[in-house]
Ligand binder design. Structure first.
Ligand SMILES: Cc1cc2nc3c(=O)[nH]c(=O)nc-3n(C[C@H](O)[C@H](O)[C@H](O)COP(=O)(O)OP(=O)(O)OC[C@H]3O[C@@H](n4cnc5c(N)ncnc54)[C@H](O)[C@@H]3O)c2cc1C
Length: 941
């Protein structure tokens, strides 16, 4: 609905019904009152009727019946809610009149199986106690039969009482419960031998000529029933809720306001309406008499107001409300029905007896009755609008407080980190505080949702509050978990720092040289296994203060990933391991020393056990002129290649010479192994994506060459992967040269037996050699210089030296050395750490046995292929599996989160084209300074 139409619909236009004029009823005052209250309460539709004696003196409808804007009329059916109970009581009294039911007879006389939890008491519950709600039957909130539509729905609901305990001794105290009237409805069925619906229709609705009244929602909708609404933070929202046949006798009759006038006339005239009578005079006298000391009689409530006793019943389902008041002394009855409600409304009473006196229609009916009978008006209450405002304000304030508290998590964490957590007492008190503050609401809500049926009933009335509470609970839960993690981390860091500071009498020194994929994993395992020992010191040495997850370098190069996110700072990954950012220069196995060069000084690190995990470097001795080619091994390699590729596009876009353009736009990769193929896949995708920003370069001007000396691409993998890679790269326009050894690399060309290609971008990925420091160690090595180890990863020549990864040669159970792959290095790292710990403890080391999981290769543009233990996958799914696998190879969640964000952003955008070349920036800065005559500058200093 348009906003304008919505406002229009809020202006309640009165529609008149058939009412006889009566000068004593202040019609305009009542109209004005209803209009005002309706606006204030934001009722979509309201219908009101007044009966004086046997005449309808006021019958009007206001507002809209449903979202289409259809007007409410006095004939529009509304759910009347618990006013239904007076109909059920009337039906029972009719049967009493007919001598078929005795008021003081036990319920079991009519329903022999009727039981409550305590079966001895069951036989003492009488029909009268049900009518006056003094039976002690509790409210039944179980919802499983609510929507059952068959004839036994009611019976099933009543049978649920067999599991319930009474709330009090039968006949003693009043306790409002629908169960009383559901049981009465069943008695009506059993005694009359017809369904409750049939009985009420034949004996009440038809005789009273209630033609717009129904006992089925489907039928009522067919006859123009209004839509019910619930307020969401004060705004009425239409909702259709299932009709509960199982609760019909307690609250589900649907009636128009005009029909309710007929009902009121019968009530005010000893059961007579026109020529028919629905109850004897005696029956009606009984019905209008309150029980001793009980404000609830036979289907009616009795309200004392000053000198007067008013007869009343209110009704409320989760989307309708109504109220009926009779002043027997004045012979006046009022009925008000509205098509909206929420739980909050039960506490709002604009003119009620007290703010807690009941729902808005109750207050309205009361005020209108006072106006119609010339009685003083009840005092103003808080009002639904004000209550909603307070409610909305509270929700808004609490939400803001929650957001502020969330935003301050980091501040609190920093403060806590500064102050530290001195001891266990402080730790536990912080944990307890965080638990109580953050988890009380989530736990309470889980409990209420699972174990409190009443909560579900409440949720039906007030969904806005409930959903808000659940949202807050989820946020609090996440906040609680974060705070607990922070507390744990700060405590652990404090403990670790104290531990490291107090470490003395070191007996065993373990040095891990190289903090790459394998080295860092080994250090972390040693941390877990030996970190808590005072007599063992573990040191990790790495050239950089980060470790690079090489399989992510391709995307970092193309800009899909922020360059730093393919690396992980080492220090946060370690707890009780000393980290040294330094370059290992020599491993002196004779003196058991690792010689390292740090930023300012060289030093010697003595060791008892050394783990060599220095990896490998690109083999530059294989092809003459390799020094002209770029390598792709480190983060710096990735950054330089990225800048270079973008630079070639920039230059080519303005280069007039066709020959030079060709060189600039030709990319050559030497080496068709996993690295070369993946790199070319990513580069073809990247360059093609970026081409749209270079309108001066045509797609057919781009040239890619891939050289592989072996017979097929990716010789280390199964043929399936190489065939896929070959096909895909050729489709992207790559000239794949297999069985083609490159003979020479020049400054801007590559030559092979069959020809030569001019290319400004040449990357060498044709094999690796073990790291020079590892290869120079005085231990047994293979002919390529790799440290020879036993299957336990221990050097074959020195029991204090361990090695694995790209710099080692370890025999697999098949006899072949394990391949130079990250998946092997990570697993070997664990075995190496375990074996070093075992040797320190005097236990024998165990062999490293690892069966490869398979191979995966990605080619950019969401294309990949994998062969996982024979399971062959290609395309998007393979690409997704590869990404997810490597995401979890990153040791820390913060880095994983950053990577996930980068990947998500890249799904919707093209890779970044920014080229930041720090060397050039420095030159630029110096030039600027010269031009400005200035000598300052951050980069030039
Ligand atoms: C671009 C690329 C992509 C790859 N993709 C895959 C893949 O998809 N799947 C797969 O299984 N394998 C892949 N690999 C291979 C995999 O990365 C290696 O097998 C693995 O990293 C070997 O681990 P490592 O610990 O032996 O060596 P590295 O991870 O290379 O670690 C060696 C560490 O030693 C440090 N270091 C070197 N010299 C010194 C020194 N003198 N002093 C101090 N520190 C030093 C280095 O800085 C580095 O941190 C890829 C390799 C590359 C280059």
């Amino acid at each position: 609905m348009k906003p304008g139409a919505f406002l229009l619909a809020l202006i309640p236009l009165a529609r008149l019904g058939h009412a006889q004029s009566d000068d004593t009823v202040p019609i305009q005052q009542i109209d004005a009152y209803i209009t005002r209250t309706m606006r204030s309460a934001r009722f979509p539709g309201v219908a009101v009727g007044i009966v004086k004696g046997d005449r309808v003196v006021y019958l009007r409808a206001f507002g809209r019946a449903d979202p289409s804007g259809r007007r409410v009329t006095p004939q529009t059916p509304f759910l009347i809610g618990s006013v239904t109970k007076s109909f059920t009581a009337l039906a029972v009294l009719q049967l009493v009149d007919a001598g078929r039911v005795e008021l003081d007879a036990p319920v079991q006389r009519y329903v022999p199986w009727f039981r409550v939890g305590d079966s001895t008491i069951s036989s003492r519950i009488t029909v009268r106690q049900l009518l006056t709600m003094t039976s002690g039957l509790p409210q039944v909130y179980e919802t499983q039969f609510w929507t059952d539509r068959d004839d036994r729905a009611l019976e099933r609901t009543v049978r649920l009482l067999a599991t319930k305990q009474l709330t009090g001794e039968p006949g003693r105290t009043f306790g409002y419960s629908n169960a009383n009237y559901e049981t009465l409805g069943l008695i009506v069925q059993v005694v009359s031998g017809e369904s409750y619906e049939n009985y009420v229709k034949r004996h009440i609705l038809d005789p009273l000529d209630m033609r717009d009244s129904f006992l089925s929602q489907d039928e009522a909708f067919g006859r123009g029933m209004a839509s019910g609404y619930r307020w969401w933070f004060g705004i009425p929202v239409p909702v259709t809720l299932p009709y509960r046949r199982a609760e019909l006798p307690a609250g589900y009759i649907i009636a128009s306001t005009q029909d309710m006038m007929h009902y009121l006339i019968a009530e005010l005239n000893d059961g007579r309406y026109g020529n028919t009578s629905v109850l004897s005079r005696r029956g009606m006298a009984l019905r209008h008499a309150a029980g001793p000391g009980n404000s609830y009689g036979l289907g009616w409530e009795f309200v004392r107001f000053g000198e007067r006793t008013l007869i009343n019943h209110d009704g409320g389902t989760a989307n309708f409300q109504s109220s009926l008041f009779i002043d027997p002394a004045a012979g006046v009855g009022v009925y008000v029905a509205a098509n909206a409600i929420n739980a909050l409304d039960a506490f709002a009473s604009p003119h009620g007896l007290s703010p807690l006196d009941g729902q808005t229609t109750r207050a309205m009916a009361h005020v209108i009755l006072s106006l119609a009978t010339g009685q003083p008006l009840p005092s103003e209450g808080i009002g639904h609008r004000r209550l909603t405002l307070i409610f909305d304000l509270m929700i808004a304030l609490l939400s803001v407080a929650l957001v502020i508290s969330l935003m301050r998590i980091r501040v609190r964490h920093r403060r806590m980190a500064r102050q530290g957590i001195p001891g266990r007492a402080s730790l536990w008190s912080r944990i307890a505080f965080a638990l109580v503050l953050n988890l009380t609401l989530p736990v309470a809500l889980v409990y209420l949702s699972l174990a409190a049926p009443a909560w579900r009933a409440f949720a039906l009335f007030q969904p806005d509050l409930i959903y808000w509470l659940y949202a807050v609970a989820v946020v609090l839960f996440i906040k609680g978990v974060l705070e607990l993690l922070f507390i744990g981390r700060v405590y652990r860091q404090g403990q670790d720092a104290r531990f490291m500071a107090r470490r003395s009498h070191i007996e065993t020194r373990v040095v891990v040289v190289g903090g790459g994929v394998g080295g860092l994993a080994a250090a972390r395992h040693l941390d877990r296994l030996l970190g808590g020992r005072r007599e063992v010191e573990i040191t990790l040495v790495n050239r950089d203060n980060f470790f690079l997850l090489s399989p992510l370098l391709f995307e970092a190069c193309s800009g899909v990933l922020e360059l730093r996110h393919c690396a992980q700072p080492i220090r946060p990954c370690l707890r009780r391991v000393r980290f040294l950012e330094a370059t290992a220069q020599e491993i002196d196995v004779a003196r058991r020393i690792v010689r390292v060069a740090g930023p300012d000084a060289a030093r010697e690190l003595p060791y008892d056990q050394v783990i060599i995990a220095l990896g490998a470097t690109t083999n530059l001795s294989l092809i003459p002129g390799s020094e002209y080619a770029r390598t792709f091994k480190t983060v710096a390699d990735g950054l330089l290649l990225r800048n270079h590729v973008i630079e070639q596009l920039e230059r080519a876009s303005t280069e007039p010479s066709a020959e030079r353009r060709r060189g600039l736009l030709t990319t050559t990769i030497i080496g068709g192994g996993l690295v070369g193929v993946e790199l070319l896949g990513e580069l073809t995708a990247f360059i093609e994506d970026e081409l749209r920003y270079y309108p001066d370069i045509r797609r057919d001007e781009l040239h890619f060459h891939l050289f592989e000396a072996g017979k097929r691409l990716m010789p280390e993998s199964k043929p399936f992967l190489s065939e896929y890679a070959d096909r895909l790269l050729r489709l992207r326009g790559v000239e794949v040269h297999v069985a083609t050894p490159v003979q020479e690399i020049g400054p801007a060309f590559v030559r092979w037996a069959g020809g030569r290609v001019e290319s400004q971008t040449i990357v060498l990925a044709a094999g690796i050699v073990p790291n020079a420091v590892a290869a120079a160690a005085n231990v047994a090595r293979d002919r390529r210089g790799r440290v020879l180890t036993e299957p336990t990863l221990r050097s074959t020549s020195d029991p204090r030296v361990w090695a694995f990864g790209d710099c080692a040669s370890t025999p697999s159970p098949h006899g072949e050395p394990y391949p130079a792959l990250a998946q092997h290095a990570v697993r070997a790292a664990r075995t190496a750490a375990r074996n070093v710990a075992a040797v320190i403890d005097g236990r024998p080391p165990k062999p490293f046995v690892y069966e490869s999981l398979g191979m995966m290769a990605a080619f950019g543009h969401t294309r990949a292929a994998c062969d996982l233990k024979g399971l062959k996958l290609t395309g998007f799914i393979a690409w997704w599996i590869r990404r997810t696998y490597y995401l979890f190879q990153m040791p820390r969640w913060d880095t994983r989160f950053r990577i996930a964000v980068d990947w998500t952003v890249s799904l919707f955008s093209r890779p970044d084209l920014t080229k930041i070349d720090l060397a050039e920036e420095r030159e630029l800065e110096q030039r600027n300074q010269a031009a400005n005559g200035s000598r300052t500058g951050s980069l030039a200093s």
